[in-house]
Design a protein around this ligand. Sequence first.
Ligand code: NCD
Length: 389
Amino acid sequence: MKILITNVELVDAAGRRPGKVLIEDGKIKKVYKPKGQVKAEYDREIDGKGKTLMPGFIDMHCHLRDPGLTYKEDMESGMKAAVKGGFTTVVAMANTKPRIDNAEALKANMDKAAALNLCNLVQVCAVTKDFGEEEMVDFEATRPYTNVYSNDGFNIDNAEIMKKALAASTEYDFILATHCEPETATVERDVALLRETPGHLHVCHISAEATLEAIKAAKAEGLDITCEVTPHHLFASAMDYKVHPPFRTYPDRRALIEGARDGSIDICGTDHAPHSDADKLAGAPGINNFETAFAMYHTVFKGAGIPLERLSQMMSEAPAKRMGLKNGLIKERYPADLVIVDEEAEERVDPKSFVSKSHNTPFGRELLKGKVLMTLKEGEIVYDHGSLV
Ligand code: NCD
């Protein structure tokens, strides 16, 4: 289908400008100025008056629970929640049941995602077999299916394993994403290892000012390190709700917001971590974030006076760049992975309205600014709120 999106404000990492966009064969065919003449034919016109077109969001960190934990979420429910949240690519962690640590399991999930055709999937592979300390995964066999490896959910305690993982990330050219616990001390250890053993390190869900300081110093040395934040650590502090890493202090939260502003934090992820009510009651850590992430980030950024262009960079361009994807910008010949948002809409979070299988969030009734109205993946409408004609 050929779609023309007109009268819309375009916002990506390159800036903000009014315009219109023609989509053809799954790609952004042409980006016009507002008065540009459209000679091409199209099947559908979407009037984006008063709305904003952004590159689809790319989440470098989520949990889809498939296989084995599908009472919490599965590929389909997770991807429906993702596209409702404006995400067109998600990176799913390997802490499923069993853990994803081999080529067959990676391929099975990639096939599942392809059959759904809702959202692009990067399926993370574990770093070690079953997250243990005995055996590294077979990088040679798994690398054709993914370029992100992580034991997320668990710290890599053993420095020798971390060293091997860093070396493999260079040899096989992949991103090593780490869950660091204790956070700052582990990041400091890993930075020291990175100095000796070059690798491509991405630190997941940073939450503390001291961690950010360690990462800033590593970047200043020229080491290949990036990091991400979550919506909840930017939105709130000192909350009594179980999540890994925990809610930190108000000064930590302020430092993270400044890190987002000044570029020392690279990426806005979600750490979408769905859990059933029973599991949550039993102490499972995690927050269900896909459907609220954009509005939470937008609310925080707007409150702090950080432009939406920067949020787009952190939610789309930077993760695309880190993973080597030609995506994340509104640019001709790029995939038409796009999202239309209302920057001004205000809505209270209603966990009962989640399309995710789970509803675990401490932010119910929170008033947020910004709403996802439509999501397109390769030019196909994969989510439609119904408010655009
Ligand atoms: C994650 C989950 O539920 O898989 N939870 C979380 O609080 N981030 C894993 C984890 O980091 O414990």
